[in-house]
Design a protein around this ligand. Structure first.
Ligand SMILES: [Zn+2]
Length: 542
């Protein structure tokens, strides 16, 4: 459903991924901090723009194939209808797209919501035959209803889609459909179809990847980006009807196997059509990109019924997180002049309001500067629902904000014992520790977490802040260096690591670790220079 191509008008980019592949770790360094270096020179931000530009051009049939063909290093393309490139190349494009999305602040910056969407998506992609691939589900800061699959097994979902879903199975249905576009390799086939010279187009696409890695000069890139933006505005590539039907069919299978109601997909679709199908002004992007051809919903329904017949009758219940995250996404992006208090007061008048509404009300109070009132609401909720991590986090945050630092830290400490290494919980705990004057413990908690879970750039930055507040200048610069690496800015990373090495009172281990990391970056930059023979000044940053 849903705008399945990365090149829709306007917003072109998707969120992205954390690579499981790590470069060889420096001594004593959490493996989690390494993946960005894996990216090689193509990780420079402008290069990512170039890649996107060229991909757009290639899809539009621009004769960039010549460029790619002139490159002797082109990898084997395989059969035209098969792979665009190998999955590693595709994953690289996906990573660049995600990085771009982060840089442009297109993603919702909320660890709780991000984790929810990712874990829901992974339940679906783990049903896919090629579930070895690393899928990524990212939340766009966009109130529209839409989801898009892009190269590199990356799926973006507008937060409005979550708000529009009446059940978790509906939301999962949308994600399952997008997941199927990826497992059925529709992006690649679509790219090949868009131009008759299929191989040449694929080559241009690949050439773009290589070119990004090689580092053409900034002027060339500017031109390419401008051209691509122009094209992007006029271009819309939809999947074929066959592909849409296949994604419905395969997606419904994932949905059922993952334990969701297979009717979730046709239900959501039908609701969209009923709500917006005849609207001229208010059509969600999902419907714009998804032709509701005759029989589509009926076919999906028939498929779902068939799957249901194979299973004993089941009653599908939504996870608690689904309801709570929905309220987060109602409250967090709400405009300042939206009267959240009245909104929740009204909803609380319903007989026996559900937990999600109580949580939403507490979050709204916390968010709008009334943390003590939030604490009063949350305490009994935590006591009643002791397995719900989101409640502990919000209570701890509200207590700290209300000046009850000791209680807040106790709430976090208890939750951390109950749910060790939960990413959003630990991040909130660390934030609270920094705020209340114990950055050293925050630093230690984050390092332990990210030895086990790969951090996002924002989380690496938080680690740097913790180190800085703890008075550890060396580590603070070091993690700022890692932050820059994760954003693809190797030059800034070099400067940060040089500052780290110049910091006073380094331990032997720190010095070794910083030196090793700096060496790694310098090697990548030197390779870059050697390969494209360019002045290094031309290949750094915007
Ligand atoms: Zn689709």
């Amino acid at each position: 459903m849903i705008g399945d191509t990365p090149m829709q008008t306007g917003r072109n980019f998707s969120p992205a991924p954390r690579s499981k592949q790590h470069a060889s770790p420096a001594p004593d360094l959490p493996a989690a901090f390494h993946p960005a270096l894996k990216m090689r020179p193509g990780l420079l931000p402008w290069a990512s723009r170039l890649v996107l530009a060229v991909v757009v051009l290639a899809l539009a049939g621009n004769p960039l194939a010549a460029l790619a063909q002139s490159n002797a290093n082109l990898p084997d393309l395989g059969t035209p209808a098969g792979t665009l490139a190998n999955l590693d190349d595709e994953a690289q494009i996906g990573q660049m797209i995600v990085r771009e999305a982060r840089q442009q602040n297109l993603l919702i910056d909320d660890p709780e919501s991000a984790e929810y969407l990712e874990s829901l998506g992974l339940k679906l992609s783990s049903q896919a035959p090629d579930s070895d691939r690393q899928f990524h589900y990212l939340l766009f800061n966009e109130s529209d209803i839409n989801a898009e699959a892009t190269l590199g097994a990356v799926i973006f979902c507008d937060y409005g889609t979550i708000l529009a879903a009446d059940s978790e199975s509906e939301l999962a249905g949308v994600l399952a459909h997008e997941t199927a576009h990826i497992t059925q390799r529709h992006m690649v086939r679509g790219a090949l179809k868009a131009e008759h010279a299929s191989l040449a187009t694929a080559a241009a696409l690949l050439g773009a990847v290589l070119l990004g890695a090689m580092g053409a000069g900034p002027e060339a890139i500017e031109g390419g980006v401008l051209a691509a933006e122009g094209m992007g505005a006029q271009m819309q590539i939809n999947f074929t009807r066959d592909q849409e039907e296949e994604a419905d069919r395969v997606g419904i299978t994932y949905l059922a196997r993952a334990g969701f109601d297979p009717m979730g997909l046709p239900d959501f679709f039908q609701k969209m059509v009923q709500l917006y199908g005849y609207s001229e002004t208010q059509t969600p992007r999902m419907l714009v990109n998804h032709p509701v051809f005759p029989d589509r919903i009926a076919d999906a329904r028939a498929r779902a019924e068939q799957l249901e017949r194979q299973e004993p009758p089941r009653h599908f219940t939504d996870s608690v997180s689904f309801g709570l995250i929905k309220e987060r996404l109602r409250v967090l992006p709400a405009a300042d002049d939206f009267d959240l208090r009245t909104y929740y007061d009204k909803r609380m008048q319903a007989p026996d309001p559900p937990l999600s509404i109580r949580y939403g009300q507490a979050l709204a109070l916390y968010q709008r500067g009334h943390p003590a009132e939030a604490v009063t609401l949350l305490k009994p909720l935590v006591a009643q629902h002791q397995g719900v991590i989101l409640l502990y986090s919000l209570l701890g945050q509200a207590q700290v904000a209300a000046g009850q630092a000791k209680d807040g830290l106790a709430t976090f400490a208890r939750a951390e014992t109950l749910f060790p290494r939960n990413v959003p919980l630990t991040v909130r705990y660390a934030e609270a520790l920094i705020k209340t004057g114990d950055p050293r413990q925050a630093h230690a908690l984050l390092l332990d977490l990210f030895n086990n879970e790969e951090p996002t750039p924002g989380q690496i930055r938080l680690t740097a802040l913790a180190a800085s507040a703890a008075g550890d200048a060396g580590d603070a610069y070091y993690y700022m260096g890692e932050y820059n690496i994760s954003l693809g800015d190797l030059r800034m990373a070099t400067q940060q690591l040089e500052l780290a090495l110049a910091s006073p009172h380094l331990t032997f281990v720190q010095r070794k670790r910083f030196q090793a990391r700096l060496e790694e970056i310098r090697t990548v930059l030197a390779d870059d220079r050697r390969e494209n023979g360019k002045n290094p000044q031309n290949s750094g940053g915007y």
